[in-house]
Write a protein that binds this ligand. Structure first.
Ligand code: HEM
Length: 183
């Protein structure tokens, strides 16, 4: 289908669109020169478990209904002793993610998921590399970030302002990370 046949792309309405987004994104990641080997060779990712986990993750971020339970910081910290996980890798991941969203969807949720991805890329990159990161601090949101997340915040009392908790539990030392790695 040509763009002219679909002048307006759909927004992300729920689980079905999230699955499409995640499947398309990781198809691209797997073929990507910068990122593919990190999943295939370094982490030896089991795609049958990783993809459903990522559906749940993004559904939780966007709609608070995916039931994601996990520790994104630990999952990425354990890669640090094994491969470069610097700004170049995170910026490339983000460009691929934003491009995938834009190829498939348009609208408020599409914008929100790209903003969430950028905030989380910034915080994961900073925390796993022990870098002081002023761009996104979940404990100290800028007025713009506070307003943006408040629009999507569940009414639950005491809910964290950040979409998915990125608090390290416990903080990983390189030794701990290495002993937790699969290789
Ligand atoms: C340089 C960029 C990144 C690389 C190379 C990368 C790589 C990985 C790898 C290898 C895993 C483990 C997969 C497995 O189980 O084998 C993983 C898990 C995960 N990643 Fe990333 N990632 C990156 C950025 C991000 C970003 C920016 C986000 C969030 C927006 C994210 C969200 C997640 C989540 C939620 C998990 C699952 C954690 C869990 O086990 O609960 N990743 N990632």
């Amino acid at each position: 289908m040509f763009e002219a046949d679909h002048p307006t792309k759909p927004d992300i309405a729920g689980r079905a669109e999230i699955e499409t987004l995640v499947n398309t994104f990781y198809q691209r990641v797997r073929k990507d020169d910068t990122l593919g080997f990190i999943f295939e060779q370094v982490a030896q990712t089991n795609w049958e478990t990783h993809l459903p986990k990522m559906y749940a993750f993004w559904e939780t971020v966007l709609f608070r209904s995916g039931g994601y339970v996990g520790n994104p910081l630990a999952a990425h910290a354990k890669l640090i002793p094994l491969t470069a996980m610097g700004r170049a890798q995170f910026d490339h991941w983000l460009a691929l993610f934003r491009g995938t969203v834009d190829d498939l969807f348009a609208g408020e949720k599409a914008e929100h998921i790209k903003n969430c991805a950028a905030d989380m890329a910034n915080v994961i990159h900073a925390r796993i590399n022990s870098i002081d990161e002023p761009r996104f601090d979940p404990a100290n949101l800028t007025p713009e970030q506070r307003e943006r997340y408040a629009r999507y915040k569940a009414p639950a009392q005491g809910a964290a302002n950040e979409p998915v908790s990125l608090k390290p539990s416990p903080p990983l030392s390189p030794q701990t990370a290495r002993s937790r790695s699969r290789t």
